[in-house]
Design a protein around this ligand. Structure first.
Ligand code: TMP
Length: 210
């Protein structure tokens, strides 16, 4: 059976990646492709339970190091039980956030040393590295305004981490896009929804058929 394809969607708060993930999944499902749309933290019962602990409450509930370990624990289960089997079965797997969120939120912005992040990534991801990572690029100001206006379902622990933290997120994602151009494509998320979708589809088609 032909190996599937693994896409991850990354970016700061309010960047529209979840909306675009659903659109992308619908697009390929309507063409008969087997699609698995999943998310992090989450994607498994264990991951969803950890998500509930991580995204709510006071900003200081967890240190960046403890976040990195919990996100990585959830990721190891997600990769082993959902993502890798789906790719092996030929599916198009789309994950709303993955390893780059840990590199950026806990590493670049959170201050966890790069060697610690790299070791956790090796343990959780192994060789299940995304074929394509779409980085939804938006200023922290606009992203936080969007995230606030969509209303809170209390999953706002990271949103409340302060403006400086959110500016660092954008820098961190830019640095990854620059360092790994073969894997990452920056998407201008300030455009309207349809324009963003067109950019997403262009990037995906180019990699799928390229
Ligand atoms: P979401 O807003 O995309 O649903 O993600 C939930 C929050 O979790 C978001 O604020 C980013 C954060 N997060 C990390 O800090 N590190 C990670 O590794 C992941 C996957 C998410």
């Amino acid at each position: 059976m032909k190996r599937g394809f693994f896409i991850t969607l990354e970016g700061g708060e309010g960047s529209g990646k979840s909306t675009q993930g659903k659109r992308l999944a619908d697009h390929f499902r309507s063409r008969g492709r087997d699609v698995v749309l999943t998310r992090e933290p989450g994607g498994t019962p264990q991951g969803e339970a950890l998500r509930a602990l991580l995204v709510r409450g006071d900003t200081g509930t967890w240190s960046p190091a403890s976040e990195a370990m919990l996100m990585s624990a959830a990721r190891e289960v997600h990769v082993r039980t959902v993502i890798a089997p789906a790719i092996a079965a030929g599916a198009l797997v789309i994950s709303d956030r993955f390893m780059d969120s840990t590199r950026v939120y806990q590493g670049h912005a959170g201050g966890v040393p790069a060697d610690v992040i790299a070791a956790l990534e090796r343990a959780a991801v192994g060789d299940c590295v995304p074929d394509l990572t779409l980085i939804f690029d938006l200023s922290a100001e606009e992203g936080l305004a969007r995230a606030t206006s969509r209303g809170s379902d209390c999953e706002d622990r990271f949103e409340r981490k302060g403006r400086d933290f959110h500016d660092k997120l954008r820098d961190g994602f830019h640095a990854i896009a620059l360092a790994e151009p073969h894997r990452c494509v920056l998407i201008d998320a300030a455009q309207d929804l349809d324009a963003v979708q067109a950019a997403v589809l262009k990037a995906v088609e180019a990699r799928l058929h390229g």
